[in-house]
Design a protein around this ligand. Structure first.
Ligand code: FE
Ligand code: FE
Ligand code: ZN
Length: 279
């Protein structure tokens, strides 16, 4: 089965997101756990609304959604207050996600802001030690990053280093989300040599850790370290490479989420196009 979906606004609530993804022919969706740029907490979720989404997922055989942490979190900030806020908020969100068992939760590892990669990796791992717990039902994903500024996660080695420093008893709750725009911007040749990139992923991290794909084209050339998403087929990655990615035997079974610059109708068109390209 082709598990394709897109990013959706939380406006209208949980059940509404399920209805919207069904309306555009998707099988899963991604949403922000709170306003991505503001620090303000969303209104507490209405338990009935969450239960309604869960019922809709079960009735329609949808794949449990991917929750994306807001960009304001920085687990390896210089500022202890920001680190604490990121940790507390993430923990609260993961507790809430027990209401949607089997969820994925994706976050950007963070920016070390001049403290150095090593120090950054230590901060991220120590936060993960605090927010994960034995028996939790969510898998927490580190996203592959474009390497803009001091972003950690620009290489598979950096993500592996974070996971290796997490308590061995908690590592089973960790995975990776591969963003096609980000890895291309980071300098991996996902266009010309996807096999090589995935072999490299397997060597550094282990391919079984790969749990989701952010399917985006890139507005910038490979290696640009920019992170600007383009619509499918309208960027430097292009439709041919995207087609290879959605059909790749090492990726085929994973959920794919579009984060392209689109409204719901535009996502519907991309989902329809991708379905025609899926083998
Ligand atoms: Fe992201
Ligand atoms: Fe992404
Ligand atoms: Zn991005």
């Amino acid at each position: 089965m082709f598990i394709i979906g897109c990013h959706l606004s939380t406006e209208g609530g949980y059940r509404s997101m399920g209805e919207r993804i069904l309306s555009v022919g998707g099988r899963s969706f991604q949403y922000f756990t709170k306003n991505p740029k503001g620090g303000k907490q969303n209104k507490p979720a209405d338990p009935e609304d969450v239960a309604a989404l869960l019922a809709l997922i079960q009735e329609n055989g949808l794949t449990m959604p991917l929750a994306h942490a807001p960009y304001t979190y920085n687990p390896c900030s210089k500022d202890e207050g920001v680190r604490q806020y990121s940790c507390d908020s993430m923990h609260g969100e993961l507790e809430f996600l027990e209401n949607l068992p089997g969820s994925l939760y994706n976050f950007h590892p963070g920016c070390h802001v001049g403290q150095g990669v090593e120090a950054g990796i230590d901060f991220i791992a120590s936060m993960l030690d605090k927010v994960l717990w034995k028996g939790m039902q969510t898998t927490v994903l580190l996203e592959t990053m474009a390497g803009k500024g001091t972003e950690i996660g620009r290489s598979f080695e950096e993500l592996a280093a974070v996971m290796e420093r997490v308590d061995p008893g908690l590592r089973e709750y960790l995975g990776v989300c591969l963003d096609t725009c980000h890895v291309s911007d980071a300098g991996y040749d996902i266009i010309g040599d996807p096999d090589g990139v995935l072999r490299e992923f397997d060597r550094c991290i282990g391919i079984d850790r790969l749990r989701a794909v952010h399917l985006n084209d890139s507005a910038n050339p490979p290696g640009s370290h920019k992170d600007r998403h383009a619509k499918i087929g309208e960027g430097s990655i292009g439709l041919e490479a995207i087609t290879r990615i959605i059909n790749h035997p090492m990726l085929k079974h994973l959920p794919f989420y579009l984060e392209t610059p689109n409204d719901l109708a535009g996502y519907g068109e991309e989902i329809a196009l991708l379905k025609t390209l899926r083998e």
